[in-house]
Design a protein around this ligand. Structure first.
Ligand code: PMP
Length: 342
């Protein structure tokens, strides 16, 4: 049969993303490291998978119909995916975003016709001005509207159980030993992780957390503590415990700094030609921390959630790096990496 590479609509392109070997990281850790490139989704991020699944489920359950308004609280990527799907399917779309979301992301969402409401990042999750509370309030005020709620709707992790997990298993030909992904809602890690553990319980599932997050501490102590720092990372860490984080299947969390995450993403662009997003840098920085922890023959799969073009005014802007103070202080990561390059 001819392979025409022709599709009925843009949504048919969601998922089945490629995996690419990270040559330098494989050499340094004496393992095989493959990156699952979620920027190859039509909405250019991993979030296409969950937005599509949650909207399809809401349609099947009769919760939305043509003309409905879809509401979501999102740091940007889910917003883009929800806006893209809403445009294609004929829904109105309102997104509440944290004011730290990059301007690039906000402009892209608006280009798809969605309404964007900026909310303060500095308030706790249960504050009336938080992006969660605003989304919930709007869903109560606007008739025929539906709040997707990616943190609590189990359709999020289910999407990864049904698609990301099986793809990773198949692409690694069952050889995967470690799966490493950033955690925010926890959907990627928990859904794909559950599928992989069911296939082989020895597969290690590692989450990457930010300095402003409570996930790592909660995993280790079972107690909730307010985050002590802030973070410029988008899509890494949480100040609430989302229902989509399945702590039981996660073997460990690795905490990374904003600086190391920025430097790792920039390094990736310059050494592998892969221009990935800020959270992909976080995943790579975590792997760097763990580099002596692996055994020869290990098969690591890391998930890169989005593309670097969404962070041109952040990690790919030297002025921003300077303003954040990332170009001063310990150059350990850069220096070590310079060694690899030689
Ligand atoms: N990276 C980016 C850029 C994201 O937008 C997200 C999701 N907010 C993640 C990582 C984390 O994915 P998850 O929500 O599935 O934990």
């Amino acid at each position: 049969m001819k392979h025409l590479n022709r599709f009925d609509n843009i949504l048919d392109l969601i998922g089945k993303t490629p995996m690419v070997k990270l040559r330098k990281m494989s050499a340094v850790s004496n393992t095989l490291v493959y990156a699952k490139m979620e920027s190859f989704n039509p909405g250019q991020s991993v979030k296409d998978r969950i937005a599509y699944h949650m909207i399809n489920r809401a349609e099947m359950d009769g919760k939305i119909k043509k003309g409905s308004t879809i509401i979501e609280a999102t740091s940007g990527n889910t917003g883009f995916s929800v806006a893209m799907i809403s445009a294609m399917k004929g829904y109105k779309c309102i997104l509440t975003v944290k004011d730290k979301a990059s301007e690039d992301k906000i402009k892209m969402i608006k280009a798809l016709g969605a309404e964007v409401i900026k909310c303060p990042s500095s308030v706790p999750g249960n504050h009336p001005d938080s992006y969660y509370s605003r989304a919930l309030k709007l869903s109560k005020e606007i008739p025929d509207s539906y709040y997707l709620n990616q943190n609590y709707d189990k359709g999020n992790s289910e999407a990864h159980y049904l698609t990301t997990g099986p793809e990773v298993w198949e692409q690694s030909e069952g050889r995967i030993t470690h799966f490493v992904a950033a955690a925010s809602t926890g959907g990627t890690l928990s859904g794909a992780g559950k599928f992989l553990k069911e296939r082989n319980p020895d597969i290690q599932i590692y989450g990457v957390d930010s300095e402003a997050s409570i996930l790592k501490d909660f995993h280790e102590t079972g107690t909730y503590s307010e985050p002590k720092k802030s973070s410029s990372l988008e899509g890494v860490g949480k100040n609430i415990i989302p229902a989509n984080v399945n702590f039981e299947i996660i073997d460990k969390f690795i905490r990374v700094s904003d600086r190391d995450s920025s430097m790792a993403a920039r390094y990736l662009a310059r050494t592998e030609g892969i221009m990935a997003g800020y959270s992909s840098g976080a995943v790579l920085a975590a792997l760097w921390q763990l580099r002596s922890h692996f055994s020869p023959g290990d098969f690591l799969v890391v998930l890169f959630p989005d593309h670097g073009s969404r962070y041109l005014t952040k990690i790919y802007d030297p002025e921003w790096l300077r303003a954040m103070g990332f170009l001063n202080g310990s150059q350990q990561l850069t220096t070590e990496k310079e060694k690899i390059r030689q």
